[in-house]
Design a protein around this ligand. Structure first.
Ligand SMILES: N[C@@H](CCC(=O)N[C@@H](CS)C(=O)NCC(=O)O)C(=O)O
Length: 221
């Protein structure tokens, strides 16, 4: 196997790359890395000390690439089929925008505001902080849900007419939200709910979700 993903299964950015690879039908090895704190060898290949990093030994033993967006962009060029970026220029621009929106604003709110206080803290043996998670969910994420509800409308996919990097990037954060015990209200956000159920049911997402749910159960969560 020539592809290795370094990361941790519960990271939304690691999942983004794993789903991308699964959709491409490419086999890879997942090597778990604990970044709290990042070991020296890992800082060498990830100067920002973040996961994921991809190694492609078919290019060379030293061929490593950090950052989920750089990795997915690389994999698209390397394995063009099935295309996971829209061919049409404007739809591609939209897909990149949804990816950026998800990687920055959605990631920050779900990660720091809900997943960390509810799941990471418990994995580290601390109490869950439900007050912080509830506040983020009600005061911040409701705005994200309302915006996504409108963007999705009647559509099956966010950008263009096919599944793309936009869908992977947005839906991965909702897996973390669900792991933390939160989901958008189906009555208030019917389009978003329908959309997420379909995206999370794809074999690429479903395999990650099943594996991670098992992992959380093992930790009693
Ligand atoms: N822009 C990066 C973000 C990756 C990221 O923030 N990963 C988190 C885990 S979900 C991380 O490594 N955090 C450790 C840190 O920030 O020190 C990407 O898309 O890969």
């Amino acid at each position: 196997m020539t592809l290795t993903v370094y990361g941790a299964s519960l990271s939304p950015f690691v999942r983004k790359v794993r789903v991308f690879l699964a959709e491409k039908g490419e086999a890879y090895k997942l090597e778990q890395v604990n970044i709290f704190p990042a070991p020296d060898w890992f800082v060498e290949i990830s100067p920002l000390k973040r996961i994921p990093v991809l190694r492609d030994e078919s290019v060379g033993a030293d061929a490593t690439l950090p950052d989920s967006s750089a990795i997915c962009g690389y994999l698209e060029k390397k394995f063009p089929s099935p295309a996971l970026y829209p061919a049409e220029a404007f739809a591609n621009g939209k897909a990149l925008w949804y990816e950026e929106y998800a990687d920055s604003d959605l990631a920050g709110a779900v990660g720091m505001g809900v997943f960390r206080p509810m799941v990471v803290s418990r994995l580290m043996g601390k109490e869950a902080d439900k007050a912080t998670a509830d506040k983020t969910f009600t005061e911040k994420l409701s705005g994200n849900f309302a915006w996504l509800e409108k963007e999705i409308g009647e559509k099956e996919f966010l950008a263009g007419h096919a599944f793309s990097i936009a869908d992977i990037s947005v839906a991965t954060h909702f897996v973390n939200l669900n792991h933390a015990g939160y989901r958008p209200d189906a009555g208030a956000y019917p389009n978003l709910t329908r959309y997420l159920a379909a995206i999370h049911a794809r074999p690429s997402f479903a395999a990650c979700i099943e594996e991670e749910t098992g992992l959380l159960k093992k930790f009693g969560l």
